[in-house]
Design a protein around this ligand. Structure first.
Ligand code: SAH
Ligand code: SF4
Ligand code: F3S
Length: 466
């Protein structure tokens, strides 16, 4: 069988696009493989949101050159946001690429895959393909046997908010909402394909308006949650400007929603928020969180933070630390500001990089304490978590994610791939807390999230090697 290997960098938008590529590839007769050495086509779906994302992607292309040299029939393809940004120069810079497809070329990429399928017979991988050193998995996600359990469904493309630091509107185009009927069809197809968790994705997903009827994101959540067979529903990423009391009450009243809410604040100082063009003040953010807390007191609140934005003073930074101490985020993704070509902030006087590094470390110390405390609060409880696959660090252990998005790791105890695909919800007793998540003991496995009687993992039916 012709194999395709897909590595994804970046955010939920790329994740959703990788699923589209995987679907197109499977319907053209490819097998999605999780080892590049057994693939005929390697896809790198790239991100360019910060300079290190860009460098990682070019670094990865260089690593894949060895595979291409060992077997010139391998097709190496780059797509995603970096491909969109560098579409004019990438193939000159990396001449051994077989294709560069920007974010608007996804359908064309699917067509190319179908056309290439005939070039591969079912057993044409050369011996020399097997490299001395494995290429390793450095991507944020590799499409594997468990990927279909989580479906990412686009509800909205692009972004028109133009935060002054952000490249996304330039590489993803302007904001565009999809019709409800398309979203529903895609969610139903994902459920039929075994998806247990649906993530509705967009860059400002809560600004969704149905193009024909004008109904809003809270109504969209209710419609999707009511679809038969849906286990868990979540969404990424919300913008504070578009957070409404109606959405807060939807969060508190739709039982299928996973109890987590990601609301990027970026920083805790009004002058910086204004220069970032974030369209809210700190007081507005905090009052929205207060409303959210009234409706969803037990949910995990998570955020994104940028330090060392141009002009950020010590006092501005102190305000961000203070905000974190008040909010006690369950998780925060923290970044040093990275200038992006063509964005307004890239022309402004930068904060020295040593100052940026020091601020990131100071912020991480505050945030990590809260994250660790959040995990500590779970010790001793039994949670139901959706399997992700073998842990990257130790493949004898399984990684899974709880509804509030905490990583839990436990010994596989004989659970094999087939059993896990059938019963992907693991009941895990949490034994030890860390900043990255929790260690636990896997006790049982269930078909559905609300299955009251999971099968104990000691059952002989589950004794197959992973
Ligand atoms: N649409 C989402 C975020 C998309 S990008 C929102 O508006 O919140 C994901 C995160 O990357 C952002 O929240 C921001 O924290 C970070 N980010 C984006 N551009 C950046 C840049 N130039 N430098 C550093 N961090 C950046
Ligand atoms: Fe970027 Fe701002 Fe759009 Fe988010 S809302 S994608 S940070 S421009
Ligand atoms: Fe990166 Fe593109 Fe997302 S730049 S963060 S993958 S929209």
């Amino acid at each position: 069988m012709a194999g395709i290997y897909i590595e994804t960098f970046g955010c939920q938008m790329n994740e959703a696009d990788s699923r589209y590529i995987a679907d197109r590839a499977t319907s053209s007769g490819y097998d999605v493989v999780s080892d590049p050495a057994s693939a005929n086509v390697v896809i790198l779906n790239t991100c360019t949101v910060r300079d290190n994302a860009e460098r990682r992607a070019y670094g990865r292309m260089t690593q894949f050159k060895a595979l291409k040299r060992a077997d010139p029939s391998l097709k190496l393809v780059v797509c995603g946001c970096l491909a969109e940004q560098d579409r004019a120069t990438m193939q000159t810079r990396v001449p051994y690429l077989d294709g560069v497809f920007g974010t608007s070329d996804l359908v064309r990429l699917g067509d190319a895959l179908a056309a290439w399928r005939d070039d591969f017979s079912d057993d044409d991988l050369t011996e020399s393909r097997y490299l001395q050193r494995p290429l390793g998995g450095e991507a944020d996600c590799v499409t594997n046997a468990f990927t279909h359990l989580r479906a990412f469904v686009n509800v909205q493309r692009g972004c028109s908010y133009y935060c002054t630091y952000c490249i996304v509107p330039y590489v993803r185009g302007r904001f565009d909402n999809r019709p409800l009927a398309d979203i529903v069809r895609e969610v139903e197809a994902a459920i039929a394909n075994g998806a247990r968790e649906i993530t509705l994705v967009g860059q400002t997903v809560n600004a969704y308006r149905e193009p024909a009827t004008g109904f809003d994101f809270a109504e969209l959540l209710a419609r999707v949650a009511a679809l038969p067979g849906l286990d868990r529903l979540t969404f990424l990423t919300s913008h504070p400007k578009d957070f409404t009391p109606k959405l807060a009450s939807a969060l508190g009243s739709i039982p299928q929603l996973a109890p987590r809410f990601h609301l990027p604040v970026q920083c805790g100082s009004d002058p910086v928020l204004r220069r970032m063009n974030r369209k809210y003040t700190l007081a507005e953010y905090e009052s929205k969180i207060a409303v959210f807390r009234e409706h969803a007191p037990d949910w995990a609140l998570t955020t994104d933070l940028i330090v060392a934005f141009p002009g950020e003073t010590e006092a501005d930074f102190e305000a961000t630390l203070e905000l974190c101490r008040r909010m006690r985020f369950a998780q925060a993704f923290m970044f040093v500001y990275s200038p992006r070509r063509g964005t307004p902030a890239a022309r402004w006087e930068p904060v020295p990089s040593e100052v940026g590094g020091a601020r990131l470390r100071a912020l991480a110390a505050v945030v990590d304490r809260d994250v660790r405390a959040y995990h500590d609060g779970k010790i001793g409880s039994v949670v139901r978590a959706l399997v992700q696959g073998p842990s990257r660090k130790d493949p004898t252990r399984l990684a899974a994610k709880t509804g509030d998005n905490v990583t839990v790791i436990g010994h596989a105890r004989g659970l094999g791939e087939a059993a896990l695909r059938e019963r992907p919800w693991l009941d895990v007793r949490l034994d030890a807390a860390h900043v990255w998540g929790c260690d636990g003991t896997i006790l049982g496995a269930a078909r559905r999230f609300d299955d009251p009687s999971p099968v104990a993992v000691s059952e002989p039916a589950f004794r197959s090697p992973i």
